[in-house]
Ligand binder design. Structure first.
Ligand code: TTJ
Length: 639
């Protein structure tokens, strides 16, 4: 390899290392967090490069393998990262990609132009945060190899000999010094890779878990693209029309695709993407879509006399039951907002709105049965909305939701700073009593919940307003619900659901989560909702007591307590929270210093929606099937 004069090479090399040192000093700045999310982000960063190569039309297979020892391998059959010397730095382009901050996959012109602006922090960040990383490049003539440790090369790129293969393989092990955990969750990876496979029709992604005795594999390949995505999201739902409606438009520097299908349900799910990045806060593409949808249905209804002249369908009306995926690609995408998850490019609003208006109008004119069904759905939502408004206006003055009187069952806490306060939603009056007696009354409030609650999936909003079981939750939290939800009025920083590990407990947990998901989604999005983790077993020998949260722990503690002379250890299986006295409940489940609580994360709204729908929806068959297949998970529901 060509050598540059010593001092010049040294200076640049030092700059490079300083760059990666910055990543190791403040990893959160580059990958969001050093928790599980940040860890999984490493995989996406690498895979995104291979997807870019596929989008450029040079690669049709991507393999992602989870190997023993927390190692990940990503392999594509593209052209291979260029191996030639970069004139500016005097080192191979491969080395540049892995050591220079912000060196994306763009080498001169001709490449794919729509790479992500938000993510795309690049392979160098992954390299900096990896204990080691190996890259192998085959360019159809030779095979090349280079290895790094914590971002620093072991040696320059080396030619290993001839090959006719082409492609890039990156293998890495995340640095345990940098991450809270280095264990990957297969389903998390699968869900994100599947999303990418939907967004990039035709791409082949194979995910394989080789960590266990038997390998587990999923082939993620959807010729139908975002139409398949919508089909997948609606898999367990009752449909209003059988075909997904798809439209696309391509202009010189931008393109837009929309797929949509209505269900007979009452909620909507609109997922939007810009350059394959999930824009969870929407933006111009979503605005354009919503505006067009409202205009189309109103104009269509008028044109065909399906609606009275003075009547208007609102945006909420026409979105009831809607499942839609909006995906746009554009150059220089602007991501705005605190989490950079909202698309800001104004030209996208006009493009999506224009396309959806024209193409959906044409579609409905050509498919009048579908047009009629959608207008009727919107009208029925409008009726419900008007009825709900009348009911609300009538009861407004004394409505529990509007009043400042807290529910009678609530044992409130003294502290008012929500950074310190917690609300426990406790299943059953007896456990509620123990929780009240055992709590730290300074920061912990208790609200006992009891009885069967209404099925939120089937209910419209106005029923929730009047539901006596949920009203106390709404009042205690203080922020209203639905469109009136205002998180700034939240009265507790943590909302902790404490229910038994049995079917009834699971039922209450699921219902509450569904309720939050439907009507107080920001509560989940901002991470305020938690699940308490009560112990499953109490073990004791004489005065020595241990609590076990899993069967594995039970067996381990039993051995430890039994000691070398194998004394008899008593084991009690807790059937419910009610079996614990206040002191025990405090020690095992409520003491912030020692307890574990699981944060409920609605990162993937689609997955949560699917689970809720299966568990609560109208269709009985998939629910039965799901519960049978997942019986052991349903009791410790975790979304
Ligand atoms: C760039 O333009 C010239 C030909 O090669 C293009 C390129 O960089 N292709 C490419 C990169 N294919 N695959 C990658 C890649 C794959 C993985 C798994 C990881 C990384 C960092 C890049």
């Amino acid at each position: 390899m060509q050598q540059k004069p010593q001092e010049e090479y040294g200076a640049e090399q030092i700059q490079v290392l300083e760059g990666l040192e910055a990543v190791r000093k403040r990893p959160g700045m580059y990958i969001g967090s050093t928790g599980p999310k940040g860890l999984h982000h490493l995989v996406y960063e690498i895979v995104d490069n291979a997807i870019d190569e596929a989008l450029a039309g040079y690669c049709d297979k991507i393999l992602v393998d989870l190997l023993p020892g927390d190692v990940v391998r990503v392999k594509d059959n593209g052209r291979g990262i260029p191996v030639g010397i970069q004139p500016k730095l005097g080192i191979s382009a491969v080395t540049v990609v892995f050591t220079v901050l912000h060196a994306g996959g763009k080498f001169g012109g001709g490449g794919y132009n729509y790479s992500g602006g938000l993510h795309g922090v690049g392979a160098s960040v992954v390299n900096a945060l990896s204990e080691w990383l190996e890259v192998e490049v085959c360019d159809g003539e030779n095979r090349y190899y280079q290895r790094f440790q914590r971002g620093k090369e072991d040696a320059p790129l080396k030619c290993l000999g001839p090959t006719t293969e082409t492609g890039t393989t990156v293998t890495f092990k995340a640095d345990e010094e940098m991450f809270e955990t280095c264990v990957y969750d297969y389903d998390t990876l699968k869900s994100r890779l599947r999303e990418q496979a939907f967004l990039n029709a035709g791409i082949n992604i194979t995910l394989t878990d080789q960590r266990g005795e038997e390998p587990v594999t999923d082939k993620l390949h959807y010729e139908g693209g975002i139409s398949s995505f919508v089909q997948h999201l609606n898999k367990h739902k009752e449909l209003l029309h059988d075909k997904v409606i798809y439209m696309a438009q391509e202009e010189e520097h931008q393109k837009a695709e929309v797929a949509l299908q209505y269900t007979s349900g009452y909620t909507d799910l609109i997922l939007t993407f810009a350059n394959n990045i999930h824009t969870t806060d929407g933006g111009t593409h979503e605005d354009g879509f919503k505006r067009a949808l409202t205009r189309v249905l109103n104009d269509y209804a008028k044109k065909f006399n399906l609606i009275k002249d003075n009547k208007k369908l609102t945006g909420d009306d026409v979105r009831e039951g809607l499942t839609a995926v909006v995906s746009v690609k554009l150059q220089e995408a602007q991501f705005e907002g605190q989490t950079k998850a909202r698309l800001g490019n104004t030209e996208m609003r006009a493009m999506v709105e224009g396309m959806v208006y024209d193409k959906l109008m044409t579609y409905l004119e050509e498919n009048p049965a579908v047009g009629k069904a959608l207008v009727e759905k919107g009208l029925s939502a409008a009726h419900a909305r008007e009825a709900a408004k009348r009911a609300r206006d009538l009861t407004r003055r004394k409505s529990a939701l509007e009043s400042s009187t807290l529910p009678g069952k609530l044992a409130d806490c003294i502290e008012r700073d929500i950074n310190k306060t917690e609300l426990y939603l406790v299943e059953g009056d007896s456990a509620g009593g123990s929780a009240k007696a055992g709590r730290d009354a300074h920061t912990q409030a208790i609200l006992p919940m009891w009885g069967k609650m209404i099925n939120v999936e089937k209910a419209r909003l106005e029923k929730v307003y009047n539901n006596e079981k949920l009203t106390p939750v709404v009042t205690a939290l203080g922020c209203g619900l639905g469109n009136d939800f205002d998180i700034s009025r939240l009265r507790y920083g943590k909302v902790i659901i404490m229910a038994d590990a049995d079917v009834d407990g699971s039922h209450i947990r699921t219902l509450l989560l569904t309720f939050f998901f439907r009507f107080m989604r920001p509560l989940l999005e901002e991470g305020h909702v938690y699940l308490a983790q009560p112990p499953l077993f109490k073990l004791w020998r004489g005065k020595q007591v241990r609590y076990a949260f899993t069967e594995e722990e039970r067996d381990r503690y039993a051995k430890e307590l039994a000691g070398p002379n194998n004394q008899k250890v008593e084991i009690q299986r807790y059937k419910g929270l009610g079996e614990m006295n206040p002191q025990q409940l405090w020690e095992t489940t409520m003491d912030p210093a020692t307890r574990t609580v699981l944060r409920v994360d609605v990162e993937d709204a689609a997955r949560a929606d699917e689970l809720f729908t299966i568990l609560m929806g109208d269709k009985v068959a998939p629910r039965k099937e799901f519960i049978e297949q997942n019986a052991k998970y349903v009791t410790d529901l975790d979304i």
